[in-house]
Write a protein that binds this ligand. Sequence first.
Ligand code: COA
Length: 215
Amino acid sequence: MTRNGPVDPILRREIERIAPPGLFIGHRLITPGDEDALRDDEAASIASPITAVRRASGAARIVARGLLARLGHGPVALPKAPSGAPVWPAGIVGSLAHDDRIAVAAVGSRRDYNSVGIDIEPAVPLPPDMLALVVKPEELPQIADDPLGGKVLFAIKEAVYKAIDPLDGTFLEFQDIAVDLRAGTATTRAGRAVTLRYSVSSHVLALAFSQAGSR
Ligand SMILES: CC(C)(COP(=O)(O)OP(=O)(O)OC[C@H]1O[C@@H](n2cnc3c(N)ncnc32)[C@H](O)[C@@H]1OP(=O)(O)O)[C@@H](O)C(=O)NCCC(=O)NCCS
């Protein structure tokens, strides 16, 4: 148990390992009652009436508010914009993600980062019929020996989408993003580049970010 509630100790270590300087990342085991953490404007901005969905969104916002406190912010509301992206306080960039069990958030100052995207997925292989949808033919050699390679690229591309959509407002398909795992970069068809970090434990955790001053 931490200030933000129940955590997965292995995931916590992995988060510490991949977090770049000045980007705060946290997680929480999604817990019954987390849906009650949604503030009124957040609750109104989430269309789904399904408790599990609202619980996961509440859990992610508990994590995000804990991280924002470290940047000197009070318990601000983080409603969803029409695009689906959370609305962050002025001067802040951030991203949220959740699966059935874990909620994660990443936040940083706009002084240091232009944008950030995060994704978390269970560490199980991508269904074979999704491989061709997610992975570009030229990316295949990077993941040839890795049964979780397709899932890693899936999580990375979702994180890239979350980092780039708030900047460009451009819908991206998986095939619009080219990932270079060795270089730790992803580039979109339009030429926007982001830096990548990822980890594989019980979950695949992917982070995409662009530092202030980069294109
Ligand atoms: C944004 C998207 C990738 C989220 O994926 P998901 O599997 O549904 O859900 P995740 O748990 O990973 O992330 C959910 C969080 O993403 C964030 N999010 C949603 N839309 C977003 C957007 N347009 N930009 C940035 N973040 C967004 C929200 O914070 C959401 O949490 P919330 O509902 O509690 O506020 C997905 O909903 C989407 O819009 N996909 C269309 C584009 C796409 O998938 N292209 C192929 C990959 S490039």
